[in-house]
Every structure is written in C-alpha cells, then in structure tokens.
Write a protein that binds this ligand. Structure first.
Ligand code: ZN
Length: 189
C-alpha cells in the first residue's frame, strides 16, 4: 500500500515538461493516506531527514516514453512533511531553514481546511434536512393556511425550502448530492 502526496505548485517532469501534482510513496506509512506539505506524518519511520523517491510521469507513461525515474526528495522535519524537491541541494536547504513562521503558515492552512470542511458538512446536512422535511410535508400535508397571514406564512416557508431547481429536478436527492459533490471538488483544489 502507498500514500499519496499532493504537491502545489506541481513538480515538472524533466523528460517531457508535464506537470505532476501528486506522487505515491511507500516510504511514509502504509495507510493509504493523503499528505501535503505541512502534514504530520505520524507513522513515518523517518523523523527528520530527506527521503529519496522516484518521480512517476503519467504523460510519459501514456506516450510510452521510456521513464528515466528521476529522483524526488521528501523533506521531513520533526515528522512534518516540510517540502518536496527535485533537487537535492534545494531539499537540504529546505530542511535547514524550516522555522516557526512555516509552522504558523501550516497551522493557518490546517485551520482554514477545517473551517471549509465544517461549512461543507453543515451545508449538506441542512439540504438533506430540508429534503426530509419536504418529504414529511408531502406525506402528511397540513391544511392550507387561510386568513391575512397566509401569504406571509407561505413566503416565510419558501425561505426555508430547498431552491426550486432542486425541488423540480427529476431526482431532487441526486441534485442535492451533485451540488455538494461540486463544492467538495472545489475544496480539493
Ligand atoms: Zn514526462
């Protein structure tokens, strides 16, 4: 089993120039985990140091070009993935210069990611709840309100309903899933 490291900005294949935004390694753990720079590698056997890996280029593979297996260096500092470099001197420089500002930047990014996923979770939960309430209303419809407040009450209800493009979709639940799948993919960028 291997872990996946996501690299931003992407690495560049020295053979064909293609961008490589992720690489796989068996050197860090065997938990099928996803890491990026700033991730804590709690199962890594290396605590601080540089791990040499080989870079795999899909573009070269698809073009049936011979892979030259160029090296890529994983920089690990106190079990944190501190860098991914294609040049050993740059990897060594990175290892030597990790400082407290790097830690703050990684912490900030982790907190933003947490907030983003929390927001996505509650948005999905709210839409599923509204769909559940909509089905419950269909199953046991309340008598239409009458009187002068009726229209106000209906308008108020519409504020809390799912939007019409979801309610009128052929499969509203699929429309809810598609909407949130999209949000999930944007977050992964
Ligand atoms: Zn290539």
């Amino acid at each position: 089993m291997f872990d996946t490291i996501h690299v931003k900005p992407p690495l560049i294949c020295p053979t064909c120039g293609a961008e490589i935004s992720s690489l796989q390694t068996k050197e860090l753990s065997d938990s099928m985990a996803h890491f990026k720079i700033g991730s804590v590698l709690k199962d890594s056997p290396v605590l601080t140091g540089i791990v040499q890996e080989t870079l795999w280029c899909n573009a070269c593979h698809h073009a049936q070009r011979e892979q030259t297996n160029p090296p890529v260096y994983l920089v690990i500092w106190h079990s944190i993935l501190a860098g991914v470099e294609q040049d050993l001197a740059k990897a060594e420089a990175r290892l030597a210069t990790v400082d407290r500002l790097d830690l703050i930047a990684w912490l900030d990014e982790a907190q933003r990611a947490t907030a983003r996923w929390r927001r996505h979770y509650y948005e999905l939960l709210r839409d599923v709840q509204r769909w559940h309430e909509h089905l419950a209303r269909l199953a046991s419809p309340e008598p239409e309100p009458t009187g002068e407040l009726a229209e106000k009450r209906r308008a108020f209800q519409r504020l809390f309903d799912l939007p019409p493009e979801i309610l009128t979709a052929p499969d509203p639940l699929a429309a809810i899933l598609a909407k949130h799948k999209h949000a999930d993919e944007e977050a992964a960028d």
